[in-house]
Design a protein around this ligand. Structure first.
Ligand code: NI
Length: 440
């Protein structure tokens, strides 16, 4: 049976969203950029220490207790107007209200680490055995803290800050533990976007495939939807030598595995990116027994919600047809997990010139969407979002230390680039975005 798409409800919400509009395209002036650059530079040494602290004490999803305390203390020390803790369990939200009224924009950073044993020998090696910031979320948090510090100074010095900046430190991006809720969808359900009237949201991710000093973006989808499915094939147990006396769920399950790929090759438009991968196939416990059941589990990735809705329907047709043909029965569960992360094209087009002016046009790279996923997509369904890749590979070292591996590490020079980029985006947004004309 196809489980209902809870996440789809957000799409409806999106169509009723706020009227977001921007003023004429303009560039931040030289003085503003210079001030951002020098302020970020002044913080760099301390931010590297911050990142190293976070890296040494990584915590798993929904267990970011010490991380949460650390972030909240830092935000309070910056003198933000409001610091909320316990957001979506361990999340922290800091609010910086500008000198003048204006739009509300959020900077989101994810907080959780992964159950990966660190395999690099560095002074800031993880002190929590079996847990590592293997996805760069330590860098993301540090960039958000640095951005908060620069903007808090900005306000204190009486520089123009027309609007409000929300720093959203979000737990459990990697997914809450089984049986728990958490992550971006919980932040939204708790009403954070609505209560703070957030009108746009920015996020970034460490990119080991890009050198420090570069960023990459898309207009439209940047990361895929990620859903999970489970198929149980009920056959009939029999002796391995007498297959005709039973119904072989391994054989039937194998047909399903093979035929699911025909969705991509024969049923979807070949120009439509999608992935169906079976990651678990469990059956049997002895060489001469054909078991009664087989269990498959896997993931579906797409870059469009329409395709995302269609694939489980096609999957069930195949599963139903194959099991029927062999006299087996099935259970099919499809769990909608993370939506496609879509960058708002007009938001991107408005902000891009500022990034290009800051970093140099050749260092702001237009990228292709990837089939990985990110729960930032939940926010971007509700309000315009801009999510980009931050290069973290050492420019002089071609080795790509991939995310989620024991070897992953980020070149710390990326932190300064991240702070400069994020601060510039926020300032440029506040200066160019008109006030919303209506609310949801
Ligand atoms: Ni990540």
């Amino acid at each position: 049976m196809v489980r209902s798409f809870g996440a789809m409800a957000f799409l409806l919400g999106m169509s009723l969203g706020i009227a977001w509009s921007v003023g004429p395209t303009s560039l931040p002036d030289e003085a503003t950029l210079q001030a951002v650059v020098s302020k970020a530079q002044a913080l760099e040494t301390r931010l590297v220490e911050t990142r190293r602290h976070l890296h040494m004490y990584p915590e798993l999803s929904n267990r970011e207790f010490e991380t949460s305390k650390f972030i909240a203390e830092r935000l309070r020390a910056l003198g933000l107007d409001e610091v909320r803790t316990g957001v979506a369990k361990t999340g922290v939200v800091g609010v910086l209200r500008g000198s003048r009224p204006g739009p509300v924009v959020a900077v989101r950073a994810d907080m959780d680490a992964l159950p990966v044993e660190e395999a690099i020998d560095v002074p800031y090696k993880s002190r929590n055995p079996g847990v590592k910031h293997a996805c760069g979320h330590d860098v993301h948090m540090t960039v958000a803290l640095g951005t908060a510090e620069v903007l808090a100074q900005w306000k204190r010095e009486g520089r123009p800050l027309p609007g409000t900046v929300v720093f959203l430190f979000q737990p459990a991006e990697e997914g809450p533990p089984p049986g728990e809720e958490g992550g971006a969808s919980l932040v939204i359900r708790e009403g954070v976007l609505d209560q703070l009237r957030i009108q746009a949201i920015f996020g970034l991710h460490a990119a080991p495939f890009l050198p420090v000093g570069t960023v990459a973006y898309t207009e439209g989808p940047i990361l895929a939807s990620a859903d999970r499915f489970e198929v149980i094939v009920h056959g009939k147990q029999t002796h391995g030598a007498y297959p005709h006396q039973g119904i072989d769920p391994i054989y039937v399950g194998s047909q399903i595995v093979v035929n699911l790929q025909s969705i991509l090759s024969r049923q979807l438009d070949p120009r439509e990116p999608a992935v169906v991968s079976v990651g678990v196939f469990q059956a049997g416990n002895r060489f001469n027994i054909i078991p009664g059941d087989a269990r498959l589990e896997g993931t579906v990735r797409t870059l469009r919600e329409e395709t995302r809705r269609r694939i489980p329907v096609l999957m069930e047709q195949i599963i139903r047809g194959i099991t029927e043909a062999y006299g087996a029965t099935y259970e099919f569960r499809y769990e909608a997990m993370t939506p496609v992360t879509v960058n708002d094209a007009s938001l991107v087009r408005t902000l891009l010139p500022a990034l290009q002016k800051l970093l140099g046009a050749d260092r702001v790279i237009r990228a292709e969407a990837q089939m990985g996923a990110e729960d930032f997509g939940f926010y971007a369904q509700k309000i315009p979002g801009f999510y980009f890749w931050l290069g973290v590979r050492a420019p002089d070292d071609p080795t790509v230390r991939m995310l989620h591996t024991p070897e992953f590490d980020a070149d710390e020079r990326s932190i300064g680039v991240g702070v400069r980029a994020m601060t510039t985006l926020v300032l440029h947004y506040l200066q160019t975005a008109a006030r919303p004309t209506s609310r949801r």
